[in-house]
Design a protein around this ligand. Structure first.
Ligand code: SF4
Ligand code: SF4
Length: 353
């Protein structure tokens, strides 16, 4: 019996594995749906590198052409970023009609349900009410409160909680509030691209944060999309002997000349992926940067991809395979790539194990 067959004699692992296999391969892109935003958060990678400096379109012809091109290329999953997607609900509906998708929103402008009934929505929160208001709104107005009110008990919505190294003590109350609001939580880790330093400085390390996130997974196994293994990989930057950085990053625009050397270095990468700018024509190095220092990159979606593509590095033990599969499975559930209710059930069992 092969190692894989042996691991799959466990009914929980088999259940998750079969659901993923039924879904088939994910062929993803990330798309800046607009270059405009109603906020200017301190630490936004998009504006830090001036990625909004692309020609604006008054009509949607270029957008429609790009969607047709991506359909023909076989794309089946779109991570929608920007800019603020809630400013262009018509474009969201066009994507929703043809692709699986996930949307990153600041949560301040409600995204209508009509025509977007089961669209996964990750709502940004960057700390407790005070921290979040400081970082995202210069201390003016409680954006977290607005987002909680806009998305209370909305099954599409989960909070995408970006936590800074010095803010581990905020984690439990923030998660409690999200859960009590009827929303699940996925963690992200603050990069401090604006160089604010102090408690926000990623060079302090995320050890305390890692401990608290693990505790939340244990406390709310049915409400967290983060797995303990994903938390470990992002906060240590280590995956089975490799160290996180550009040389191993998997979510690069594969056909962009800037990445040619990386593509040739032999490490796995996502062959389909493109990060498409808001002119709907050009692409850039990766979703979260043009020339950004990769040492500041703790982006959860990119680390999901790093884990997912490296199945072979996780076959040496049942625990390693289980870590790999439950993390991949969390990605499939949060993005509704598998049956959502069945997926939630399996995921909460895996988190509780
Ligand atoms: S809401 Fe998002 S896109 Fe807008 S400034 Fe903040 S991080 Fe950037
Ligand atoms: S910034 Fe992050 S996602 Fe972009 S190339 Fe660097 S490591 Fe990869």
């Amino acid at each position: 019996m092969s190692r894989l067959s042996n691991y799959l004699s466990d009914p929980l692992l088999k259940g998750m594995y079969d659901l993923v296999r039924e879904t088939g391969p994910v062929r993803p892109i990330s798309l800046d749906i607009t270059s405009k935003c109603n906020l200017r958060c301190a630490g936004c990678y998009y504006y830090a590198e001036g990625m909004d400096k692309v020609p604006a379109h008054r009509d949607d012809e270029a957008f429609d052409r790009m969607l047709e091109k991506e359909k023909a290329r076989g794309t089946n999953f779109v991570t929608v970023v920007g800019g603020e997607p809630a400013l262009v609900p018509g474009r969201l509906r066009k994507i929703y009609r043809h692709f699986k998708m996930n949307v990153a929103t600041n949560g301040v402008i409600p995204i209508p349900k009509e025509g977007l009934e089961d669209m996964p929505l990750g709502i940004a929160v960057w700390g407790n009410h005070e921290t979040d208001a400081q970082l995202r709104n210069r201390g003016q107005g409680d954006l977290f409160r607005i987002a909680l009110d806009n998305y209370r008990d909305d099954p599409r919505a989960f909070f995408y909680y970006t936590v800074a190294p010095g803010h581990a003590h905020e984690i439990e109350p923030v998660v409690e509030e999200c859960v009590n609001n009827g929303n699940r939580v996925l963690f992200n880790y603050y990069s401090d691209v604006s160089g604010l330093g102090g408690e926000l400085d990623y060079r302090r390390g995320f050890n305390l944060v890692r401990g608290e996130v693990d505790r939340m997974v244990s406390r709310y196994p049915d409400m967290l999309f983060t797995t303990r293994y994903l938390n470990e990989v992002v906060t240590t930057g280590r995956l089975n002997g490799q160290t996180w950085g550009y040389d191993v990053c998997t979510n690069l625009t594969a056909d962009h000349p800037v990445n040619a050397e990386r593509i040739r270095n032999g490490n796995p990468y996502n062959r389909h992926f493109r990060a498409i700018n808001a002119d709907f024509q050009s692409t850039r190095r990766c979703c979260t940067g043009k020339e950004r220092d990769c040492g500041s990159c703790f982006d959860t979606w990119e680390h999901f991809s790093w884990v997912m593509i490296n199945m072979r590095k996780h076959l040496h033990s049942k625990q390693a395979f289980s870590d790999w599969l439950s993390t991949l499975f969390a990605f499939y559930v949060v993005n509704r790539l598998v049956d959502y209710e069945a997926g939630l059930d399996f995921l909460s069992q895996a988190q509780a194990a």
